[in-house]
Design a protein. Structure first.
Length: 414
């Protein structure tokens, strides 16, 4: 039987073969679907952990005496200075595994008292861009996001914390917008997906090429659709508004806790309310939670208090796909168990929870009148918006995830 990549890494550690250690660990990280690799030195050993489905897992250790060789190998491949160990460094690494899978990594080194810590962010170049329903966008949310894609102009924002899949959602939209009759331009830092038919530009803030200057240039390139990696400041949002007012569709991300708090954030940037209401079309907030392993998830009877919380929250919703008769019964939920297929974690893969707020005439008037976040949120729910928490509850009843995962990840979405 052929060796696994983890077994190859173990043999390479025994042999002190640093190139093979690096290659085997990267291949094993791809096998596990890891997003990040952490190589962490201590006084006698070096611990390697992978972040899989958002959670760090300890994978293997190797003796401290080969750490310098391993770090040097990574630095050589990432075009970093091998002899500089006192300062942090950043680099990029592109390589192929033994079975010809292409990997691209962002590499960061950090000096510690026991040697350099290395963190590598993986980008699997062979992955495909998922469709909206594969991301977990369903029901009312799916209906609204399809309406967004059809709208030829205006600003559509995706919000959420770092690592919540915002860029993937934007690329799912771009995939469906990508036709020969439109000019699509993206401005990113870094470019995470490469897609044929798009003009994709990498930002270089160190030389003054940032999102604002990229967006300004885009307006001289006859665009139809512009994707900006992130709106961070007043200058960028002002240019995005100008683009939207002149008939362009702008897609971007912003860091806020919910859909409605995005309006407050933009107002805090110094943008006048009438500019928001005349350009902003959809605000979509999201989080990623772990998907229950389909091979071993267990059905169980939750406490009645849990059922009551779910019923109380969902009775305010009007989702076009959910079977509300389930709430009238003693419905069951699902929990993780653990098996060989999911490395005994009970979870395998991730899916999103989503909250899509549409700025229609009524919501626009509330923004112009200075209504509070709570008032705007209540009106949006009345008009069919599903909150992050409610979307999580719907998915827990359908057996996609556990209630614990929903409460941990989405409870800020009341």
């Amino acid at each position: 039987m052929s060796q696994t990549n983890l077994e190859k890494a173990q043999d390479a550690i025994i042999a002190g073969n640093s190139p093979q250690i690096v290659l085997s660990l990267l291949s094993h990280a791809l096998d596990m679907g890891a997003s990040d690799i952490h190589i962490e030195p201590s006084s006698s050993t070096v611990r390697i952990r992978f972040r899989v489905d958002g959670v760090l897992q300890e994978i293997i250790e190797y003796p401290a005496n080969i750490h310098l060789a391993v770090v040097s190998r990574i630095k050589i491949q990432s075009n970093m200075k091998i002899d500089e160990q006192r300062k942090p460094q950043d680099g990029r690494l592109q390589m192929y595994t033994e079975d010809r899978r292409e990997i691209e990594l962002r590499v960061s080194t950090l000096p510690t008292i026991h040697g350099e810590k290395v963190c590598m962010r993986l980008q699997d170049k062979n992955r495909t861009i998922p469709m909206f329903d594969e991301l977990g966008i369903r029901g009312n949310n799916l209906k609204r996001i399809h309406e967004m894609v059809k709208n030829p102009n205006g600003i559509n924002l995706v919000t959420g914390p770092t690592g919540s899949g915002k860029t993937t959602t934007l690329y799912s939209a771009l995939y469906q917008l990508n036709n020969a009759d439109v000019n699509i331009m993206t401005f990113e830092d870094p470019v995470e997906y490469e897609m044929l038919g798009l003009s994709q530009s990498q930002m270089h803030p160190d030389i003054g090429y940032d999102f604002a200057s990229g967006l300004r240039t885009a307006l001289r390139q006859d665009p139809d659709i512009i994707m900006v990696g992130e709106i961070r400041d007043q200058e960028t949002i002002e240019i995005a508004i100008k683009a939207a007012l002149t008939g362009h569709m702008v897609l971007s991300t912003i860091h806020t806790n919910s859909s409605v708090s995005t309006i407050t954030r933009i107002l805090d940037m110094g943008i006048q309310p009438f500019k928001i209401t005349s350009t902003l079309r959809i605000i979509e907030a999201q989080r990623l939670l772990r998907r229950l392993c389909p091979h071993c998830k267990e059905e169980y009877e939750p406490a009645e208090s849990v059922r009551d919380d779910i019923r109380k929250s969902l009775k305010k919703t009007h989702d076009c796909e959910f079977d509300y008769s389930k709430l009238d019964t003693n419905f069951t939920l699902f929990r993780p168990k653990g098996c060989e297929k999911c490395n005994d974690m009970g979870y395998k893969g991730r899916l999103g929870v989503y909250e899509l707020m549409e700025l229609d005439r009524e919501i626009e008037k509330m923004v112009l009148d200075g209504a509070s976040e709570a008032e705007i949120e209540d009106k949006s729910i009345e008009k069919g918006m599903i909150t992050l928490l409610q979307d999580g509850y719907l998915k827990s009843i359908d057996g996609d995830t556990s209630i614990e995962e929903v409460l941990k990840v989405a409870s800020g979405g009341h």
